[in-house]
Design a binder for this molecule. Structure first.
Ligand code: SF4
Length: 152
């Protein structure tokens, strides 16, 4: 697409959660993570879009976030961040780069409480409530007979 302006990036594959209703554990059974995304980002692109299933589970999230701050481009975590791993430390590092929309994963009702806490944490750190979007519970897709795989 000639006018496409975003680098689509995976810094990790798989997910540590292994939710029973999610197909990631079948398609990407092992959680692997890279330490750098620099060579995956085109200098021609204006935005960076992550398709990681669970970037905050990466042992290298801090390295990746430092690179994002250096790159200075708007960042979209399209698969949603794991509310259970969203700490003040993560939010502080996230504030060093632009995130026009913060998406939180809402995979099942079991994470309702961590989700509420994550939203409170984001609000306390001056993220506008309108910018926080929770992805639909994946569990509901399974209940509807669809095999969920959290891709944008
Ligand atoms: S639903 Fe989300 S948290 Fe659960 S295994 Fe799939 S990607 Fe991971």
């Amino acid at each position: 697409m000639p006018n496409w302006d975003a680098s689509i990036v995976f810094s990790s594959r798989g997910c540590i959660r292994k939710c029973p209703f999610c197909s990631v554990k079948d398609l990407e059974p092992e959680y692997t993570a890279r330490k750098s995304i620099m060579r995956l980002v085109s200098p021609k692109h204006r935005r960076i879009i992550f398709w990681d299933n669970n970037i905050l589970a990466s042992p290298h999230w801090r390295d990746i976030f430092a690179e994002l701050a250096e790159l200075g481009k708007p960042v979209y975590f399209n698969q949603g961040l794991d509310a259970r791993l969203l700490t003040q430390d993560v939010v502080t590092e996230m504030q060093k780069f632009k995130t026009p929309v913060v998406r939180l994963a809402y995979d099942s009702d079991a994470i309702r409480e961590p989700l509420k806490k994550a939203i409170e944490l984001l609000r306390a750190n001056r993220y506008d409530g309108r910018a926080n979007r929770c992805l639909l519970p994946l569990q509901s897709h399974r209940q509807a007979g669809r095999l969920p795989y959290p891709r944008a």
